[in-house]
Structure formats: C-alpha cells, structure tokens
Ligand binder design. Structure first.
Ligand SMILES: *Cc1c(COP(=O)(O)O)cnc(C)c1O
Length: 489
C-alpha cells in the first residue's frame, strides 16, 4: 500500500480506513445469522494448526480483504462466542454497542494517559470519571484513583500501597528506595479462602511470597468467617507476626458471595490494618438501586478494585483502582525528566503516570463514559438486575430438581455453582461425571460452562452476565446434561 493510504493524515488513508471498517462491520453483521452455537468445538490440536495456517508476514503485503478472510476462516470461526446466550462460563461479558463504537475512537485518537502532552483534555476527563466513581462509592473528599488493565492490576496496586504504607509507618522505612525491610517475612495479608488467586500472586510479586497470605475459612454462604478471622488475627499477633492488610472480596469469582464489609472495616480499623476491597465483580451493584445495599461498608475501604469488563459490560480491558487517600500514590511516584518533571506538576499539568504502574496507557475511560452517557444508570441497573434475577431463578430451578444440587442456592450476584447428581450414581464418580460433561458440552459446542472444585470434587458453574440469556437457555443446558447421563451411563 502507498504510504499516503496508511495513515489518517491523508484523505487516501481515511478512504482506506472507511473501507476496511466497513468490511469488519460486514463480518460482524454476519454473526446475526450464523451464530447457532457458542463454539465450533474445534479440538486443541486442530486449533493450533488453524492458528498457523498463514505466514505472519511476507515481503509484500496482501489486500486487507484477503487477510480478513483468512482471519475469519481460522480464528474468528473458532472463537468462543461471548455474545451467545449459552456462553455462561466466566466473568466475561458481551460488550455494549456504544462502548464498542467508542473503542474505535479510542484507537484512532491513540492517546496515551501517562502525560498531559500525550493526551490533553483526555487526562482531565479520566480524573473527572474517577471523581464520579469515588463519589459513587462514597470514598470521600480525599479519594483518588487510576484506570487499570483490570482486577489483577488493581489488586496488586492495593497490596503494593498497603505494604509500602505499613513499612513507612512502622519502621519509617522507604520500600521504594530500599527494598523490603529486614523483618518483611513477618508481614501478613489476610483474605478468605474464596478470595481471588491474584492476592497470592500479588504477594509473591511484591517479594513477600505466597507464605505471607493467610487464608481464613468461609461460612456456609461462602463469606469470610468473622469469628475465625479475629481468632487468626489474635494468634498472629501473639506470635509476633505483622498483619498489615485484609482483602475483602465483594463478589467471589466462584460464588459471587460478598464478605461482610462493615465488620471487616471495623476489625481493620481496630488493628490499624489496610482494608482492600476486591469488588471486581460486585462493584457494579453500585448502579442498581435494588442491590446497592449489598455494598454497604465499601466506603470504609482504604482501596477498592472495580472491573468494568465484567458487569459493566465493557470491551476488554477496562478496570479501576480507587484509593481513599490519594496521597498514598506518592509511595510509588517517580519523576522522569522527559515525562513528568516536578515543575510540570507544580504548574498543574496532570501527568497520570505518577498514579499508575503502567507508562503508555489507553484512554479506556472513554468506553465507560460513552456507555454511561448513552445507557444511563437506570439502563445499567436493568442489565445487572436482570442477570441477578436469572441467576436466582436458576439456583431455585436446580434446587427443585432432585438430579441437581446447587452449592450456593441463594446467589448474591450472578454465579451459580452446582453439580449433576443423578439418582443412584456412585458418589465417588460424581466429580468425574461432571468433569466429563463440561468437556463434552465444550467439544460439541452446545454450551460453554465453567467448572470449579468444591471440596475436591468437580462442579459446574453458570456465570450469568448476558442479557440475552434466558430461562430457555438454562433449560436447554440442563436437558443436555441429563441426556448425557441417559446416553452414556
Ligand atoms: C476477575 C477478577 C479478578 C481479576 O481481574 P482481571 O480483570 O481478570 O485482571 C480479581 N478479583 C475478582 C474477584 C475477579 O472476579
């Protein structure tokens, strides 16, 4: 292609862009008719072959049309169809149309949020959105935040700041300058056993090791057991250990259970421990007037993780880390002469790199902004409440069927963990049966469910996010599961 056709700088470039976008829109338009199943069911070895069918690059390029056709016939055809009503596995949402359209603009503008001179007003717009979010979550006047790649990065940031703040307060120790303090191995993080695995992963990356994470048992509703937590805290202190952070989970990945936030905040305050709330999943309830009360106490957190590429229906990736006292961002600040010199900050220029662990960073805020403008908070509430209602119905449906057993018969969010337990099936083989069913549904491409382990036995999981999913989809999957036993046993 001619140089002038390759960039938006020239009218020829714009003409090409328009043509290419139209081809992509045509491809996406085809999904309306073609989508019968959530997955082609391709086997892993064939998938590997398909992915390598065409060379990555040759000396001269080929037409966009031809390249797109190759992608359609190899990758797109064999993708997991997240928009399909029977894709019910993970916290993986169909993206909102206004967000998808905004994403085009995000890419075309190609701003970078690290410095003012790569973003302009977009940096102020990100701050505006963060002000709105911290206000919604009730974090107070001193709060701040940053957009992140998602819950993993947000959880990491929460524990990073908690670690550094603890070392500063206790030993007047500067981790940024000096690395970990001599007694770092005594530093402990507490969370429930149902907390996200990124708590442990963060601890290991923060130099504290997974050994620093003490997991607390959950009660029968899969919420952290407060009695056990307080007992463990006392025991740790008696042994001279230094608990410095509690991670509350507001929406566990498997069960959607919400830890008792006000009680955790009370304990954290009493022991002067940082409270980080992982609301990657449950944070979206803030937009639902029916369900917002479940988040009571979140405003008492020192930091909060929220994911927008889950129940806020944003295209990946889009998340935020919110901080009750934005001064704590100083713990990770670094001034680079070329990017964010101190004199610029004194002059009031927002160089957001100071609050992030990333440097170059997308203007993902725009997707969320356009979605909130176009859909409105009530529109979001209808989506979230609808998914929760279907999850409640599903759990009840399973409870009323002797062949199934739900582990969380009263889901707080939209995930239902269950097991198929046909009458007379040998108990020790039930886990294996559910494992096989999961595989088989995926291989046939009829439904994409998740599987997880409960007490060492494989269980199935519906994670309901898609507003297009209905009772008939759940019934269809359950009948497929039942047919499996009838056919094979
Ligand atoms: C999804 C999830 C995460 C991880 O978030 P990513 O956006 O995948 O990085 C962390 N915690 C919880 C509770 C989650 O559900």
């Amino acid at each position: 292609m001619d140089k002038k056709s390759l960039f938006l700088t020239h009218p020829e470039g714009f003409q090409q862009y328009k043509k290419m976008c139209m081809e992509i829109i045509r491809l996406i338009g085809g999904w309306q008719e073609e989508i019968q199943k959530p997955f082609s069911g391709i086997a892993a070895e064939d998938s590997l072959k398909e992915s390598r069918r065409h060379p990555i690059a040759e000396k001269e390029g080929i037409s966009f049309e031809k390249a797109l056709k190759e992608v359609k016939d190899t990758i797109e055809k064999n993708r997991i169809k997240v928009e399909h009503p029977r894709t019910l596995a993970h916290l993986h949402c169909p993206p909102l149309v206004p967000a998808l359209a905004a994403d085009m603009l995000v890419s075309a503008m190609n701003l970078s949020m690290d410095s003012w001179d790569q973003s302009g007003t977009a940096s102020h717009a990100e701050e505006y959105m963060l002000d709105w979010l911290t206000e919604r979550y009730g974090l107070g006047e001193e709060a701040g935040g940053t957009f992140t790649s998602g819950g993993t990065q947000s959880n990491y940031m929460g524990l990073l700041l908690a670690r550094d703040e603890f070392c500063r307060r206790r030993w007047n120790w500067n981790v940024q300058q000096n690395g970990l303090p001599p007694h770092f191995s005594k530093m402990k993080i507490l969370c429930s056993e149902a907390a996200h695995f990124t708590v442990k992963k963060s601890a290991s990356q923060l130099g504290l090791g997974e050994q620093s994470v003490v997991t607390v048992p959950v009660d029968d509703r899969k919420k952290i057991d407060m009695g056990r937590l307080e007992k463990i805290l006392r025991q740790l202190k008696e042994k001279g250990e230094l608990p410095f952070a509690i991670v509350a989970t507001c929406g566990t990945t498997d069960f959607g259970s919400i830890d008792p936030l006000p009680e955790l905040a009370r304990v954290a305050r009493e022991h002067q421990i940082w409270l980080h709330t992982d609301a990657a999943y449950g944070g979206a309830l803030i937009l639902s007037s029916l369900q917002r009360n479940k988040l009571e106490g979140i405003e008492l957190s020192d930091s909060v993780t929220v994911d927008f590429h889950k129940l806020f229906y944003q295209p990946i990736s889009c998340g935020a880390f919110l901080l009750k006292n934005k001064q704590h961002f100083r713990l990770i600040q670094h001034h680079a002469d070329y990017l964010n010199p101190e004199e610029d900050e004194a002059a009031g220029l927002p160089h957001l790199v100071g609050k992030s662990i990333q440097t170059t960073r997308r203007f993902d805020v725009l997707k969320l902004y356009m979605s909130l403008r176009v859909v409105g908070t009530e529109g979001f509430a209808r989506l979230i409440d609808g998914a929760a209602e279907l999850a409640g119905w599903t759990a009840e449906r399973l409870e009323n069927d002797p062949d199934f057993k739900a582990v969380n018969p009263k889901p707080e969010l939209t995930a239902v963990v269950f097991q198929y337990r046909p009458e007379g099936y040998p108990e020790e083989q039930v886990g294996g049966l559910n494992y096989t069913i999961h595989q088989s549904l995926l291989n046939e491409g009829d439904a994409v469910l998740a599987k997880t382990q409960v007490q060492g036995s494989t269980h199935l999981k519906f994670t309901i996010l898609n507003p297009a999913s209905g009772k008939e989809d759940i019934e269809y999957v359950l009948s497929k599961i039942k047919a499996f036993r009838e056919g094979k046993a």
